[in-house]
Design a protein. Structure first.
Length: 272
């Protein structure tokens, strides 16, 4: 069986795939943390050893029993030990040769790679989506409400992980849970994304990664469908990411995915 988003090999249909890559990016140490599996979506991800990373935490993960420990294990696996020689070779800037954007340099409390967490709205936004489907409202209003709802789930994650909840990367903390509505309110960031259900936390996380010159890790409840490496359009067509993701993530050279190994137990209608 073909692994999700790995090289499909000879005879596969679709666009040519990139060269085979390791099943887990090199910056992740010896492999995925306990309870997770994952792989690179774009082969450039391995070059970001020690560089900043934006982690999108799928809101549906918060419906799993024991999610705080699961998310904490993933977050810890992404933090290089202070002084790790793999992270910043002498004479090289953070990120293996790429300068990090202001506010996402290495360091801060606990040391290690800077990690910026973007949390999806999960069941809260799913409820809003159901309300809108029953009696559609102005899409700009519903879009704004969905973004506001992301603040609720993000605060839960920040509290569970003991991390700062802030509108920007912190110069004193290596890991921050992003206040997405406040981040989007700066300058014209919010206006760069279309208003509607075609934009979710997937595209928002990609936008954050582009803005801060970071790699992007998509942590979701389920792995992506089989596809050639780097084929974002196929991920969109399969519904694994939102409609705008291919455009939002196009400037990124470094993208990967992670998903829990054990599927969540069904407790009614499935939330993707």
């Amino acid at each position: 069986m073909q692994e999700p988003c790995t090289d499909p090999g000879a005879g596969a249909t679709g666009p040519p795939a990139a060269a085979p890559i390791a099943p887990w990016p090199r910056w992740g140490g010896g492999g995925p943390p306990s309870g997770w599996h994952g792989a690179a979506i774009r082969a450039g991800f391995g070059a970001e050893i020690g560089g900043p990373i934006v982690v999108k935490i799928g809101g549906s993960l918060l419906g799993r029993r024991g999610w705080p420990a699961l998310v904490a294990a993933l977050a810890a696996s992404l933090a290089d030990p202070p002084g790790d020689p793999r992270a910043d070779p002498p004479g090289d800037p953070p990120g293996g040769g790429r300068e990090a954007a202001p506010g996402l340099a290495r360091g801060g409390a606990g040391g290690g790679r800077c990690r910026l967490f973007v949390v999806g709205g999960g069941a809260i936004v799913d409820g809003l989506r159901a309300i809108d489907a029953a009696a559609p409202r102005d899409q700009a209003l519903v879009h704004a409400l969905a973004i506001d709802a992301m603040r609720l789930t993000a605060r839960l994650v920040a509290d569970a992980m003991g991390l700062p909840f802030a509108a920007a990367p912190s110069p004193t903390a290596a890991a921050v849970v992003l206040d997405v509505p406040a981040w989007l309110a700066v300058g014209d960031r919010g206006r760069t994304l279309p208003a509607g259900w075609g934009v979710t936390s997937d595209s928002i996380a990609a936008r954050v990664a582009v803005e801060h010159g970071a790699a992007l890790l998509l942590a979701k409840s389920v792995p992506p469908p089989p596809c050639p490496v780097g084929d974002l359009a196929r991920l969109v067509a399969a519904g694994w990411v939102d409609d705008h993701f291919a455009a939002a993530a196009d400037p990124l050279a470094s993208i990967a995915w992670a998903a829990p190994i054990r599927p969540a137990k069904s407790r009614g209608p499935k939330v993707a």
